[in-house]
Design a protein around this ligand. Structure first.
Ligand SMILES: Nc1nc2c(ncn2[C@@H]2O[C@H](COP(=O)(O)OP(=O)(O)OP(=O)(O)O)[C@@H](O)[C@H]2O)c(=O)[nH]1
Ligand SMILES: [Mg+2]
Length: 326
């Protein structure tokens, strides 16, 4: 350690030692550099401090990159997560406001929405999470939304049917592609390696406006083979029941109600299961040990079942009531 370092130097060095974040470390190192007298005796120290600054700058950059990669985070709630994406002004926020208790800002100018806003949409006896997002045309938005979009159960592409529709859909699909998100087709082979195939629907909003019928026809003839196309008016309330039902259908889930022997079924809080789930899988979703101890189940519902005993491999249907026997 070269002599003649002023006392402030040691103060800065102490801050450096105590700092946790790379940014704080860099600030302390820079203070040390500034305080340090420059002469032959301090050359080596000078170089060492510069190397440390370079190292922590890299670390800070990495941390920043990770934050950008991770992006927005939305706590999943309810029976499924549906992201509303699309060009600016298409009515994503208006749709969220129409279907949930959320109060997003709605305005005639573009880029009104700056961060994702969740809300819960009621469908019959369950709740489905809808997430309003900033317009996908913005690069920063695409980066920050990549993760939540990759994890969404369904992506609803919301376009404005009073405007030329194909370019709106294509621009949105292109934005998603940049985040390596592709439409999930029935033919799974179509997905490219390293991509995130997601279920998608096209929501044609503003069907109350002139020209919307014609544009809806154009969308249908181009995309109906690949996606469900749902014409709505978030403002007037047209097509919202159809929207709720279509979303529920696309989520590919069923509701199953549980019953304990000798008691009434719990009809207030259904289990949410993937379509084609078996009795055994339903038991496992309640508790891991439950599956092992399960002997058989008794089922009500699905038409022909009315208190019938079924095996563990029995496939459940939407609305079934199940009594597990262990
Ligand atoms: N006529 C009509 N206007 C609508 C409808 N839905 C939304 N709008 C209007 O379209 C404009 C944009 O609506 P927003 O919900 O803010 O659109 P957005 O997609 O969230 O916009 P960004 O947040 O900028 O991406 C507002 O002036 C709304 O009142 C609709 O169904 N019909
Ligand atoms: Mg908005």
């Amino acid at each position: 350690m070269p002599a003649n370092l002023p006392p402030q130097y040691y103060g800065a060095e102490k801050r450096y030692r105590l700092a946790k974040e790379p940014d704080e470390k860099i600030a302390a190192l820079q203070a040390m550099l500034a305080i340090m007298p420059k002469h032959k005796g301090t050359d080596k120290l000078h170089a060492a401090l510069r190397r440390k600054i370079a190292k922590f700058s890299q670390e800070a950059e990495r941390k920043y990159a990770t934050a950008r990669r991770t992006g927005f985070y939305i706590n999943p709630e309810g029976a499924g997560q549906v992201m509303l994406v699309g060009p600016a002004n298409s009515g994503k926020s208006q749709l969220l406001a129409a279907l949930t208790d959320a109060l997003p800002e709605i305005a005639e100018y573009p880029f009104t929405t700056q961060t994702p806003i969740p809300g819960m949409m009621k469908f019959e006896d369950i709740q489905i999470q809808l997430i309003d997002t900033p317009p996908i045309g913005h690069k920063d938005v695409r980066i920050l939304l990549a993760n939540p979009l990759r994890n969404a159960d369904l992506i609803a592409i919301v376009i404005d049917l009073s405007l030329e529709p194909i370019s709106q859909v294509e621009a949105t699909l292109q934005g998603l592609r940049e985040a390596r998100i592709e439409p999930l087709m029935d033919d799974a082979k179509q997905a490219s390696p390293g991509s995130y195939p997601r279920k998608m629907v096209i929501v044609g909003n503003k069907n109350d406006l002139a020209g919307s019928n014609r544009n809806c026809g154009i969308v249908r003839s181009r995309y109906a083979g690949s996606f469900p196309v749902l014409p709505i008016s978030a403002k007037e309330g047209n097509g919202l029941d159809e929207f709720r039902r279509a979303v529920y259908h696309e989520l590919g889930i069923i509701r199953v109600y549980t019953k304990t022997p000798g008691a009434k079924a719990d009809m207030a809080d259904p289990m949410i299961l993937e379509k084609e789930s078996t009795v055994e899988e339903a038991a496992e979703s309640l508790h891991k040990d439950f599956r092992e101890n399960l002997k058989y189940a008794v089922i009500w519902g699905s038409g022909k079942y009315d208190g019938q005993r079924v095996s563990k491999g029995h496939i459940l249907q939407d609305g079934d009531i199940v009594e597990f026997h262990t």
